[in-house]
Design a protein around this ligand. Sequence first.
Ligand code: TXA
Ligand code: MG
Length: 339
Amino acid sequence: MDTKFIKKEDGEKGILEAARLLKNGELVAIPTETVYGLAANALDGDAVEKIFLAKGRPQDNPLIVHISQTDEILPLVEGFDDRAKALAEAFWPGPLTIILPKSERIPTQVSAGLDTVAVRMPSHPTARAIIKACGFPLAAPSANTSGKPSPTSAAHVMDDMNGKIAAVVDGGNCDVGIESTVITLAQNTPRILRPGGITHEQLESVLGNVEIDKAVFKALENDEKVLSPGMKYKHYSPNARVIIVKGSLENFAKFAADRQEKTCVVCFDGEERAMSVPAFSYGHADNPQEQARELFDVLRRVDDENMELALVRFPSLDGVGIAVYNRLLRAAGFEVVEL
Ligand code: TXA
Ligand code: MG
């Protein structure tokens, strides 16, 4: 299949072309403020099935449904309660996904057999314009091959999906750079299943007590029950082995210099000169937003340079830094070294 590249300059025409393909049951990668999504008509189970094939995604991992305005959630869920309303009011459009009991409109392919559905209203104007032009919600996981780092540019999407999907819509580099926060309201106490652009503190300021699922920072045992199936899988990984390293800059640089493998480092801006191996920086040490924005691009560059090992400076844990650490832990298969 020829994958069409829809350019920013195509404007309204490009949006209508993307909508036409989606109405035909095709897959189109679309920009969002978090990462690029691989979209299909969320109400068409056959179209949604193609997403799993293109990504090589495990069948038991449910998808997020994207809407362009808040009232579009009403037919998709069973009960849009006060808590959900308050969250939507505070954080939509934006990087927050809300899980609620699903209505019968949601095909089983979307919910992967669960009785809940995840819904999000992205803030990227192109994403919302495409949903509007379609007239139906879009199911969209991140537009990467399953297991790989999520795409934060149209070029990343082409690297993984060229030839497998109908089109990619270029909307520039993603502002947030990591995926949305996923919170479930399908239980008494709201719980964060995946940290992201909206922080725990922000959520508690609206809802009061919010739990954080233990899978956020911990590898799960094989037989452990998970609320969010996505947490089970190895994720965001380059081909290179990734290790998160905690310690002073000097000790870090020495540790990297002593490795036998083809090694690179992922360090903070301004630290490159202290390194004797190739260095990729992912933002300033005290700026978790920058680290989020640049992380996935850097992980992809590690593979472009055919590295065997990437040693990553321990990220800031402030605000969105928790989400950066969560992604790094998965990329590293939970390998953390303290010097
Ligand atoms: O920012 C984002 O959320 C991006 C953009 C494209 O919107 N999408 C995204 O989708 O990250 P995906 O499929 O890569 O991640 C969705 C996560 C998975 O961990 C999945 O298991 C979880 O959300 N999820 C989806 N529906 C769920 C449900 N009903 N119950 C529990 N977890 C669910
Ligand atoms: Mg994903």
